[in-house]
Ligand binder design. Structure first.
Ligand SMILES: [Zn+2]
Ligand SMILES: [Zn+2]
Length: 266
Protein backbone atom coordinates (compact mmCIF):
# COMPACT_ATOMS: atom_id res chain seq x y z
CA UNK A 1 0.00 0.00 0.00
CA UNK A 2 1.07 3.55 -0.49
CA UNK A 3 0.25 6.24 2.03
CA UNK A 4 -3.31 6.38 0.76
CA UNK A 5 -3.87 2.73 1.41
CA UNK A 6 -4.14 1.82 -2.22
CA UNK A 7 -2.57 -1.29 -3.63
CA UNK A 8 0.98 -0.49 -4.73
CA UNK A 9 0.98 -2.52 -7.91
CA UNK A 10 -1.05 -5.25 -9.49
CA UNK A 11 1.38 -8.11 -9.42
CA UNK A 12 2.89 -8.11 -5.95
CA UNK A 13 1.84 -9.68 -2.71
CA UNK A 14 2.53 -7.77 0.48
CA UNK A 15 1.83 -8.05 4.17
CA UNK A 16 1.40 -4.99 6.36
CA UNK A 17 1.60 -5.60 10.08
CA UNK A 18 -0.83 -3.26 11.79
CA UNK A 19 -0.46 -4.85 15.21
CA UNK A 20 2.55 -6.88 16.36
CA UNK A 21 1.78 -6.95 20.09
CA UNK A 22 0.38 -9.60 22.40
CA UNK A 23 -2.87 -9.51 24.39
CA UNK A 24 -1.26 -7.13 26.88
CA UNK A 25 -0.28 -4.58 24.23
CA UNK A 26 3.27 -5.03 25.50
CA UNK A 27 5.61 -2.17 24.78
CA UNK A 28 2.62 -0.10 23.71
CA UNK A 29 2.26 -2.23 20.59
CA UNK A 30 -1.04 -2.71 18.85
CA UNK A 31 -2.88 -5.99 19.18
CA UNK A 32 -3.30 -8.41 16.30
CA UNK A 33 -4.18 -7.12 12.86
CA UNK A 34 -2.54 -7.71 9.47
CA UNK A 35 -3.32 -6.74 5.91
CA UNK A 36 -2.43 -9.06 3.05
CA UNK A 37 -2.56 -7.44 -0.37
CA UNK A 38 -2.55 -9.62 -3.45
CA UNK A 39 -3.62 -8.95 -7.01
CA UNK A 40 -7.33 -8.22 -6.81
CA UNK A 41 -7.69 -9.20 -3.18
CA UNK A 42 -7.16 -7.45 0.14
CA UNK A 43 -7.39 -9.68 3.20
CA UNK A 44 -7.72 -8.47 6.75
CA UNK A 45 -6.11 -11.12 8.94
CA UNK A 46 -7.27 -10.84 12.57
CA UNK A 47 -9.44 -8.11 14.03
CA UNK A 48 -7.90 -7.05 17.33
CA UNK A 49 -9.69 -4.53 19.54
CA UNK A 50 -8.37 -1.46 17.74
CA UNK A 51 -8.62 -2.71 14.20
CA UNK A 52 -11.00 -0.01 12.99
CA UNK A 53 -8.76 2.76 14.26
CA UNK A 54 -5.72 1.04 12.76
CA UNK A 55 -7.33 0.80 9.34
CA UNK A 56 -8.17 4.48 9.43
CA UNK A 57 -4.78 5.50 10.84
CA UNK A 58 -3.11 3.65 7.95
CA UNK A 59 -5.59 5.20 5.49
CA UNK A 60 -6.88 1.82 4.43
CA UNK A 61 -10.47 2.35 3.29
CA UNK A 62 -12.68 0.02 5.27
CA UNK A 63 -14.65 -0.88 2.17
CA UNK A 64 -11.45 -2.04 0.48
CA UNK A 65 -11.37 -5.17 2.66
CA UNK A 66 -12.39 -8.09 0.46
CA UNK A 67 -12.16 -10.84 3.03
CA UNK A 68 -11.66 -11.26 6.76
CA UNK A 69 -9.67 -14.17 8.11
CA UNK A 70 -9.47 -15.03 11.81
CA UNK A 71 -7.25 -17.58 13.57
CA UNK A 72 -9.06 -17.95 16.88
CA UNK A 73 -11.60 -16.47 19.26
CA UNK A 74 -9.49 -14.61 21.82
CA UNK A 75 -10.32 -10.95 22.34
CA UNK A 76 -6.97 -9.63 21.12
CA UNK A 77 -7.83 -11.21 17.75
CA UNK A 78 -11.58 -10.56 17.39
CA UNK A 79 -12.68 -7.80 19.78
CA UNK A 80 -12.54 -5.21 16.99
CA UNK A 81 -15.21 -7.00 14.97
CA UNK A 82 -18.22 -5.21 16.51
CA UNK A 83 -16.74 -1.84 15.55
CA UNK A 84 -16.00 -3.00 12.04
CA UNK A 85 -19.63 -4.08 11.74
CA UNK A 86 -20.83 -0.73 13.09
CA UNK A 87 -18.70 0.96 10.46
CA UNK A 88 -20.29 -1.20 7.78
CA UNK A 89 -23.78 -0.49 9.12
CA UNK A 90 -23.70 3.26 9.36
CA UNK A 91 -20.50 5.06 8.56
CA UNK A 92 -19.51 3.27 5.40
CA UNK A 93 -22.39 0.97 4.50
CA UNK A 94 -21.14 -2.29 3.08
CA UNK A 95 -22.39 -2.61 -0.47
CA UNK A 96 -20.95 -6.00 -1.30
CA UNK A 97 -20.67 -9.26 0.61
CA UNK A 98 -17.91 -9.70 3.17
CA UNK A 99 -16.61 -13.25 3.41
CA UNK A 100 -15.45 -14.08 6.94
CA UNK A 101 -13.41 -17.23 7.41
CA UNK A 102 -12.39 -18.60 10.78
CA UNK A 103 -12.77 -21.37 13.32
CA UNK A 104 -16.10 -22.76 14.42
CA UNK A 105 -18.13 -20.50 16.75
CA UNK A 106 -16.70 -17.32 15.23
CA UNK A 107 -20.10 -16.18 14.04
CA UNK A 108 -21.81 -16.99 17.35
CA UNK A 109 -19.04 -15.30 19.36
CA UNK A 110 -19.17 -12.20 17.20
CA UNK A 111 -22.89 -11.70 17.73
CA UNK A 112 -22.45 -12.30 21.46
CA UNK A 113 -19.84 -9.55 21.52
CA UNK A 114 -22.05 -7.17 19.61
CA UNK A 115 -24.97 -7.95 21.89
CA UNK A 116 -22.97 -7.24 25.06
CA UNK A 117 -21.54 -3.99 23.71
CA UNK A 118 -24.68 -2.70 22.01
CA UNK A 119 -27.64 -4.53 23.56
CA UNK A 120 -30.23 -2.63 21.57
CA UNK A 121 -28.86 -3.73 18.23
CA UNK A 122 -29.91 -7.14 17.11
CA UNK A 123 -27.61 -7.34 14.14
CA UNK A 124 -27.61 -11.05 13.75
CA UNK A 125 -31.21 -11.45 12.69
CA UNK A 126 -32.96 -9.76 9.84
CA UNK A 127 -35.72 -7.80 11.45
CA UNK A 128 -37.15 -4.52 12.42
CA UNK A 129 -34.10 -2.40 11.80
CA UNK A 130 -33.23 -1.91 8.17
CA UNK A 131 -29.53 -1.48 8.88
CA UNK A 132 -29.38 -4.69 10.87
CA UNK A 133 -30.93 -6.57 8.04
CA UNK A 134 -28.48 -5.05 5.63
CA UNK A 135 -25.27 -5.94 7.42
CA UNK A 136 -26.35 -9.44 8.49
CA UNK A 137 -27.14 -10.19 4.88
CA UNK A 138 -23.74 -9.01 3.68
CA UNK A 139 -21.67 -11.32 5.88
CA UNK A 140 -20.70 -14.70 4.44
CA UNK A 141 -19.44 -16.91 7.24
CA UNK A 142 -17.28 -19.92 6.45
CA UNK A 143 -16.04 -22.28 9.15
CA UNK A 144 -12.49 -23.45 8.55
CA UNK A 145 -11.75 -26.76 10.24
CA UNK A 146 -8.27 -28.06 11.07
CA UNK A 147 -6.72 -30.21 8.30
CA UNK A 148 -9.13 -28.65 5.80
CA UNK A 149 -8.82 -25.89 3.28
CA UNK A 150 -11.04 -23.31 1.65
CA UNK A 151 -10.60 -22.10 -1.92
CA UNK A 152 -11.94 -18.84 -3.25
CA UNK A 153 -11.05 -17.13 -6.53
CA UNK A 154 -7.40 -18.15 -6.71
CA UNK A 155 -6.98 -18.04 -2.93
CA UNK A 156 -6.36 -21.17 -0.89
CA UNK A 157 -6.43 -21.13 2.90
CA UNK A 158 -5.45 -24.23 4.84
CA UNK A 159 -5.38 -24.83 8.57
CA UNK A 160 -4.05 -27.01 11.30
CA UNK A 161 -5.11 -26.87 14.92
CA UNK A 162 -2.64 -25.02 17.11
CA UNK A 163 -2.13 -25.95 20.76
CA UNK A 164 -3.58 -22.78 22.26
CA UNK A 165 -7.21 -23.12 23.37
CA UNK A 166 -9.57 -25.82 24.57
CA UNK A 167 -12.33 -26.52 23.90
CA UNK A 168 -12.34 -23.67 21.37
CA UNK A 169 -10.31 -24.41 18.29
CA UNK A 170 -7.35 -22.21 17.40
CA UNK A 171 -5.86 -22.38 13.93
CA UNK A 172 -2.50 -21.95 12.29
CA UNK A 173 -3.12 -20.74 8.74
CA UNK A 174 -1.49 -21.21 5.36
CA UNK A 175 -2.53 -18.63 2.80
CA UNK A 176 -1.68 -19.23 -0.85
CA UNK A 177 -2.38 -16.32 -3.14
CA UNK A 178 -0.78 -14.70 -6.19
CA UNK A 179 1.90 -17.39 -6.42
CA UNK A 180 3.04 -16.75 -2.84
CA UNK A 181 2.64 -18.68 0.37
CA UNK A 182 2.21 -17.02 3.75
CA UNK A 183 2.06 -19.16 6.87
CA UNK A 184 0.79 -17.66 10.10
CA UNK A 185 1.15 -19.60 13.33
CA UNK A 186 -1.73 -17.76 14.97
CA UNK A 187 -1.41 -18.04 18.72
CA UNK A 188 0.22 -21.37 19.42
CA UNK A 189 2.31 -23.32 21.83
CA UNK A 190 5.33 -25.01 20.31
CA UNK A 191 4.02 -27.45 17.72
CA UNK A 192 6.25 -29.83 15.70
CA UNK A 193 3.59 -29.87 12.99
CA UNK A 194 4.38 -26.22 12.24
CA UNK A 195 7.67 -27.25 10.63
CA UNK A 196 5.94 -29.25 7.91
CA UNK A 197 2.98 -26.89 7.67
CA UNK A 198 5.27 -23.91 7.03
CA UNK A 199 7.56 -25.72 4.56
CA UNK A 200 8.12 -23.66 1.43
CA UNK A 201 6.46 -20.51 2.77
CA UNK A 202 7.69 -17.23 1.34
CA UNK A 203 6.85 -15.71 4.71
CA UNK A 204 6.36 -17.46 8.02
CA UNK A 205 4.80 -15.16 10.57
CA UNK A 206 5.34 -16.90 13.87
CA UNK A 207 4.07 -15.89 17.23
CA UNK A 208 6.68 -15.42 19.94
CA UNK A 209 5.03 -14.20 23.09
CA UNK A 210 7.51 -15.22 25.77
CA UNK A 211 11.22 -15.55 26.42
CA UNK A 212 11.71 -16.83 29.97
CA UNK A 213 8.32 -18.44 30.54
CA UNK A 214 9.17 -21.83 29.04
CA UNK A 215 6.58 -23.59 31.22
CA UNK A 216 3.65 -22.25 29.21
CA UNK A 217 2.36 -24.71 26.64
CA UNK A 218 -0.07 -22.37 24.84
CA UNK A 219 2.42 -19.76 23.62
CA UNK A 220 5.86 -20.05 22.07
CA UNK A 221 8.94 -18.80 23.89
CA UNK A 222 11.98 -17.62 21.97
CA UNK A 223 14.60 -20.14 23.18
CA UNK A 224 12.34 -23.01 22.03
CA UNK A 225 11.86 -21.38 18.67
CA UNK A 226 15.56 -20.61 18.26
CA UNK A 227 16.39 -24.25 19.00
CA UNK A 228 14.09 -25.32 16.15
CA UNK A 229 14.91 -22.50 13.72
CA UNK A 230 17.11 -24.69 11.50
CA UNK A 231 14.20 -27.04 10.78
CA UNK A 232 12.12 -24.35 9.10
CA UNK A 233 12.44 -24.26 5.34
CA UNK A 234 10.94 -20.82 4.75
CA UNK A 235 11.96 -17.78 2.75
CA UNK A 236 11.59 -15.29 5.56
CA UNK A 237 10.62 -15.76 9.17
CA UNK A 238 9.24 -12.86 11.17
CA UNK A 239 8.25 -13.06 14.82
CA UNK A 240 5.08 -11.34 15.93
CA UNK A 241 2.55 -11.27 18.82
CA UNK A 242 5.53 -10.09 20.83
CA UNK A 243 5.23 -10.03 24.58
CA UNK A 244 7.06 -8.14 27.28
CA UNK A 245 9.72 -10.79 27.82
CA UNK A 246 10.72 -10.88 24.15
CA UNK A 247 10.76 -7.10 23.90
CA UNK A 248 13.05 -6.97 26.94
CA UNK A 249 15.42 -9.42 25.22
CA UNK A 250 15.54 -7.93 21.74
CA UNK A 251 19.33 -7.86 21.68
CA UNK A 252 19.38 -11.63 22.35
CA UNK A 253 17.00 -12.44 19.49
CA UNK A 254 18.49 -13.59 16.18
CA UNK A 255 15.25 -13.88 14.24
CA UNK A 256 13.61 -10.86 12.60
CA UNK A 257 11.03 -9.15 14.78
CA UNK A 258 7.85 -7.54 13.52
CA UNK A 259 6.94 -3.97 14.35
CA UNK A 260 3.72 -2.03 14.00
CA UNK A 261 3.51 -0.61 10.49
CA UNK A 262 6.05 -3.06 9.03
CA UNK A 263 5.46 -3.78 5.36
CA UNK A 264 6.80 -6.98 3.84
CA UNK A 265 6.91 -7.35 0.06
CA UNK A 266 6.88 -10.90 -1.21
ZN1 LIG B 1 -3.26 -13.38 21.05
ZN1 LIG C 1 -4.94 -16.28 21.85
Amino acid sequence: MDSNGSRANNSSVSVTILGSGDAFASGGREQSAYIIDAPGLRILLEAGPDVLRLLKAHRIPTDSIDLLLVSHLHGDHIAGLPFLLLEYMWENPRKRPLPIIGPRKLEERTWQLVHVLYPNFDLSKPGKKANSLQIAKKLRWTVLEPEKSVRKNGLKISAIRSPHTKPDISLSLRIEIGGRMIVFSGDSGWNDELVEFARGADLFLCECTYYESSHLSFHINYPDLAAHRGKFDVGRMVLTHLGREVLNHQSDVDIELAFDGMKIEL
